[in-house]
Design a protein around this ligand. Structure first.
Ligand SMILES: NC(=O)c1ccc[n+]([C@@H]2O[C@H](COP(=O)([O-])OP(=O)(O)OC[C@H]3O[C@@H](n4cnc5c(N)ncnc54)[C@H](O)[C@@H]3O)[C@@H](O)[C@H]2O)c1
Length: 245
């Protein structure tokens, strides 16, 4: 995979899967637009990426703020000319509560970040992709959106929505050269561990371990490349053969 003529925008890029994806894209020559609410970790990543010698723009941006999202995309396109690849990766997911204990405000927050953030960025970058008749949109969902996780009903709901969004949008834009796909990780190694190859034991997969950030990034980057030119409207699980608990 070679991304030297590509501009890729990654949301939630500061840590975990987003960071590993940014590193892999940079290694293969992509110019990067990196977005996160965590500006400190974003700047740290920007420093790390210097070794690849690619242009990197960073934006402190909450994906659920449509005005800021539009401003980020406008500014990035004015500086880099286009956006070819969008990785909608930012999400909230850590809270666990039984359904009756999840306040409606939390539901709204999860929907705003996990669903509307995907909608806003996709709406903002799509015109640039349509102009070039080439684009890749990869949404990061979760096995929770496929099977449903107890004590994460709001999270599961948003991730199910992202899968449906992917399949429906693909039917509108595939023939225009924009390929929209989704990846659904199972258990991933803790994102505060900077080693992108780190895995640890997990009872949730038949492989008996978590997936590393790099393994997830490998799948995302494959879908972002020319090699994946006949794949659209799919949700691909990356879960080490999930035990459906
Ligand atoms: N880690 C897992 O076990 C796992 C499993 C399945 C799916 N996923 C999905 O993978 C993706 C990445 O998860 P992760 O665990 O690698 O990272 P993470 O959840 O630790 O970090 C996500 C990043 O998104 C950023 N972010 C959160 N809210 C944001 C907002 N409103 N605007 C901008 N940025 C925001 C955070 O600051 C952080 O840098 C998420 O979509 C998550 O739902 C993760």
């Amino acid at each position: 995979m070679n991304f030297s003529n590509r501009v890729a925008l990654v949301t939630g890029a500061a840590v975990g899967i987003g960071r590993a994806t940014a590193m892999l894209l940079a290694e293969r020559g992509a110019r990067l637009v990196l977005v996160d609410v965590n500006s400190e970790m974003l700047e740290r990543l920007s420093e790390e990426l210097k070794e690849y010698g690619v242009e990197v723009l960073t934006y402190a941006c909450d994906v659920s703020d449509e005005t800021t999202v539009n401003n980020v995309v406008k500014d990035a396109i004015s500086k880099l000319g286009k956006i070819d690849i969008l990785i909608n990766n930012a999400a909230l997911w850590r809270a666990r509560s039984s359904f009756l204990d999840i306040p409606s405000d939390d539901w709204r927050k999860y929907i705003d970040v996990n669903v509307m953030g995907v909608v806003y960025f996709t709406k903002a970058v799509l015109p640039s992709m349509l102009e070039n008749s080439w684009g890749r949109i990869i949404n990061v969902s979760s096995v929770a959106g496929v099977y449903g996780n107890a004590r994460m009903v709001h999270y599961s709901t948003t991730k199910g929505a992202v899968i449906a969004f992917t399949k429906a949008l693909a039917k509108e834009v595939t023939e225009k050269g924009i390929l929209v796909n989704c990846v659904s990780p199972g258990s991933v190694s803790p994102s505060d561990n900077p080693d992108i190859d780190y895995t640890r034991e997990s009872e949730l997969s038949f492989m008996g371990r978590t997936g590393s950030d790099r393994e997830n990034a490998n799948l995302i980057c494959f879908l972002a490349g020319d090699e994946a030119g006949y794949i659209a409207g799919q949700n691909i699980q990356i879960d080490g053969c999930r035990k459906k608990l």
